[in-house]
Design a protein. Structure first.
Length: 244
């Protein structure tokens, strides 16, 4: 695991955007695994700015998002489909047909998850997977539990995740209770992984991800076993980690 310490959120976002843009420059047909959440917004903004300048070209890139709330239509402003369009896809020269997010509008969980696993496998899995990390160490919507998950599956969100995500809804009651998420095994199939984290509230999770035991009680800890994983985090998120 490579750990890159940044001075602040902006520095984190710029460095993460540099890694992603290098990936796309080196391989224009890259398959990118993408995340939603507050953390990668700055990274997406930076990539959009470089794309507008002609420095990075997404026209041949395909993307596969980690997760989606179950029960939300693609047009719902709280859906991850909507998030990805408004925060990233609408601002870059990607072909929308090459962007993929689990189908939260499909109530048949088994079919939705099976179909998503199939298309991610057919794409050959991401060249680079971008991840955020939850305060409880979750990646995607893979919450702490007795074992590491495998493929795409439906999850019941934990109280702590519902609480954390409620900041983006009018009230906690409106946060969907279920989601479809790529499994931990699928995430580990990516050829490289880039985790972004900022802020003091992530410090415990970041410490456990990088230095704790590899334990499904902190799903992100499995990333220690990945052969090409980079963490880009600001001082606050790394405040519990040794400086060297
Ligand atoms: C989002 C996702 C989640 C977030 C995590 C951190 O697609 O998979 O695991 O990365 O909840 O969210 P933020 O960045 O909002 O703190």
């Amino acid at each position: 695991m490579r750990i890159i310490r940044t001075v602040d959120y902006q520095d984190m976002s710029r460095k993460a955007a540099n890694v992603i843009s290098a990936q796309v420059i080196l391989k224009p047909t890259s398959v990118l695994g993408l995340a939603t959440g507050t953390t990668p917004i700055g990274t997406y903004k930076q990539l959009a700015a470089w794309c507008a300048k002609g420095d990075v070209d997404f026209s041949q890139v395909s993307t596969y998002n980690l997760d989606e709330y179950r029960g939300l239509s693609h047009e719902d402003v709280q859906s991850y489909h909507y998030f990805m369009r408004t925060n990233f896809f609408d601002h870059i020269n990607i072909n929308l047909a090459n962007t993929h997010v689990p189908d939260g509008s499909n109530p048949d969980a088994e079919a939705a998850c099976r179909d998503y696993d199939r298309i991610v496998a057919e794409a050959g899995y991401p060249d680079l997977q971008l991840l955020g990390i939850g305060r409880n160490g979750h990646i995607g919507f893979n919450e702490p539990g007795p074992y590491f998950s495998k493929g795409t599956h439906m999850v019941n969100l934990t109280e702590s995740t519902i609480k954390a995500n409620s900041r983006l809804f009018d009230s906690e009651d409106q946060v969907p209770r279920q989601a479809y998420t790529m499994g931990v095994q699928t995430i580990m199939y990516a050829r490289s992984i880039l985790v972004v984290a900022n802020g003091e509230e992530k410090a415990d999770a970041v410490y456990r991800m990088c230095y704790g035991p590899v334990d499904p009680q902190c799903p992100a800890s499995i990333l220690q076993l990945h052969t090409n994983c980079t963490v880009i985090a600001d001082e606050a998120a790394l405040s519990k980690c040794p400086r060297d």
